[in-house]
Structure formats: C-alpha cells, structure tokens
Write a protein that binds this ligand. Structure first.
Ligand SMILES: [Zn+2]
Length: 358
C-alpha cells in the first residue's frame, strides 16, 4: 500500500514532467508574448513571475522583448531564467545575427552586455520599455524644417520626426525617423560615406527591408559616430555587411516593404523611412532585428545637416525659430554635390528643373 502511494507519486511527477516538456521550452520560433506565459515562468521555483515581479528583479521593464518587435523568442525567455541564462540568451541572439549576416565581426562591434539599460530601452524601444526613456534619449519633436537648394526638386517629408504614431501601432509610439514618399523604384542613396553594419529582411517588422550604415567622424567631418537607417526597400540592398559605401552610392530601390497594422485598410505607400542615431562611443551592438549604438541618442535627421553640434533634440528644440530652417546639402543624379564639399547629403537625389516626385 505504502509502495503504491510512492509509485503513484512517481507517476504523478512523471506526468507533470511530461506536461512541462510539452509546455516548456517553448518553440524556438518567435511567437507573441501571452501574459499567461509570462505568469507561467517561474524563475525562483516557488511563485509566479509577472511583469511587476520582473521589474522587482531590477531588470528594465522592456527586458523581455529585447529587440522590440513585440515577439518573444526563446533566448529572450531564457534571459529571465537566471543570470547564466541571461548572458547566454543575449549572446545567442547575437550569434544568430552573425550567422544571418555572413558571420563577420566588424570594427566597433560589441556584445549586448555593454549596453546600459537606458540605451537598451530608449533606443531599442522594447514592448515593455517606459516611453519616458525614448524622450530621455532624444525622441522628441524639435521643429526643425529642411530648406533645399533653390532650383532643385527634392523629395520632401510627409510624416515628420517624433510625431505621435500610436494610432499606427497598438501601443504608445513615436516616429523614430522621417518619411518621404517617392514612386516605387526611386533610388535611395547613402547619406555619407560609411560601413554597412546591418541588413534586415524585416518580414515581421514594420520597417521591412532595411540597411544600416555606420559613419566615423572621418566620414562625416562631425565629432560623433553617426548611424543612418534606410527602410522599406522594394528589393534588398546588394551591399554586404562590412562593406564600405561612398556618399551618394545607390543602396536600393524605394518600396513599401514591411508589415502593417492589421486594421489599416490601404496598402502602405512607397516611401523611405530614414532614421539617425549618434554617439561619442564608437561601439555598437548588432541584434537580430536592430542595431543599438552604445550610449546613443536619437537625432532628428534634419539636425544631421547642420554641419556641427549640438545635435541633441533638446538643443534643437530650444533653437530660436530663425535657426530651425536647416540648409540641406544634396546630390544630383549626375553626382554633383550642392554645396560642393558637403560630406552628408539627403538620402534621395535631387533633380534640376521639373518635378518627378509630385
Ligand atoms: Zn517612418
């Protein structure tokens, strides 16, 4: 009788263990984060883990969704299963990035461990990050306006920097770049000389096909490291990770790639989404779905054309109204740079004479 009880206990344990195998670990593919899954994650073996508990463990609220795509892949779940798991999980995410990106290791490339929590959330914008950290890292409206050279036709911004984008997402969101609509196929060009640090197919991303360039102070003549991001390509840019590009080099054709909010009725228009970050630290961390420069800040892309610091959004916002018009340097399709000698140009060619953009 006593034996039977013990035996039954074992059967019970085996059953529970089998069930836990079915439930845990979750499949390696990305999947949405249901709250009940978070609640099920029992890191200390005794209770349940909730969002507030994870904050209590002195991890940033956005930690689960480290790449900010609204999905939680397995390594992100592992991150909460102990410190060893945290490091292992973060590194695994990077290894996957390298495998998917020709396995190169580049100058300045760092591992996620070196990111402070404010940058990780303020730039990474994980689903559970506090939006106040976005603002702290410069994602605020500045009032800057582009002023293009006279006699040239340049694609203009239709969705401005840092506007409230919450209606386009299912959470509070702000536009981390500027959009310029142009016809399908319009070439997108490198704003400055630089190095390709990431490319993403973006099948599950709002940004779609994307390339990110890193520009040294020597590339731009500016005293900071600049990162420029170009998205929604019709086809993937041909440049490889690690490749040097020239200012004005064609990266690829404008498209409308990237997922849309389910409730949107019309297909996305063809346009570039153009974003800029800066940092005094030369290091950056390539993740599976985004690049986060170490100790970096958002830059209103128009501020990049001011030819010198300050660039930070608070300073831009505080400029007198007369200084908010920024003269934009551009390149024509023939390679003419206006004004001559500029090291940073608009990410589309400008054309003389009649308009092809409108
Ligand atoms: Zn955009």
């Amino acid at each position: 009788m006593k034996f039977a009880v013990i035996f039954e206990g074992k059967v019970c344990s085996v059953l529970l263990f089998s069930i836990s195998l079915i439930v845990w670990p979750p499949p390696a593919v990305s999947q949405p984060i249901p709250d009940r899954m978070l609640n099920r994650m029992d890191t200390d073996g005794g209770g349940k883990i909730s969002r507030s508990e994870s904050r209590g463990r002195r991890r940033p609220s956005g930690f689960f969704d480290t790449d900010g795509d609204g999905f939680i892949p397995r390594q992100e779940i592992e991150v909460v299963s102990g410190d060893g798991g945290r490091q292992r999980g973060r590194r695994r995410g990077q290894q996957e990035f390298r495998r998917g990106n020709e396995g190169v290791r580049l100058d300045g490339e760092a591992t996620i461990d070196v990111l402070d929590e404010e940058t990780l959330c303020g730039i990474g914008r994980g689903r559970r990050c506090d939006v106040k950290l976005y603002f702290k890292r410069g994602l605020i409206e500045t009032g800057l306006q582009p002023a293009f050279p006279k006699g040239l036709d340049c694609p203009e911004i239709d969705e401005a920097w840092a506007i409230d984008y919450s209606s386009k997402r299912d959470r509070e969101a702000y536009h981390g770049g500027i959009d310029m609509p142009t016809p399908f196929g319009t070439p997108i060009i490198a704003a400055a000389a630089g190095t390709v640090v990431a490319k993403y197919e973006g099948r599950n991303s709002f940004r779609g096909r994307e390339i990110i360039l890193r520009h040294s102070p020597g590339d731009t003549g500016l005293p900071v490291w600049i990162y420029t991001q170009y998205t929604h390509f019709e086809t993937m840019p041909k440049q490889k990770i690690g490749q040097r590009v020239k200012m004005g080099e064609v990266l690829g054709p404008t498209g409308n790639s990237g997922k849309q909010r389910l409730s949107s009725r019309r297909p996305r228009r063809s346009a570039i989404h153009y974003a800029v970050w800066f940092s005094t630290d030369p290091r950056y961390v390539p993740l599976r779905r985004k690049v986060i420069p170490v100790d970096s800040y958002w830059m209103d892309p128009i501020a990049l054309y001011r030819k010198g610091p300050p660039f930070d959004s608070n300073s831009m916002k505080a400029l007198p109204e007369g200084e908010k018009q920024v003269a934009i340097a551009v390149m024509t399709e023939k390679g003419e740079v206006i004004p001559a000698g500029a090291k940073v140009v608009w990410p589309y060619f400008c054309r003389r004479g009649f308009s092809l953009f409108r």
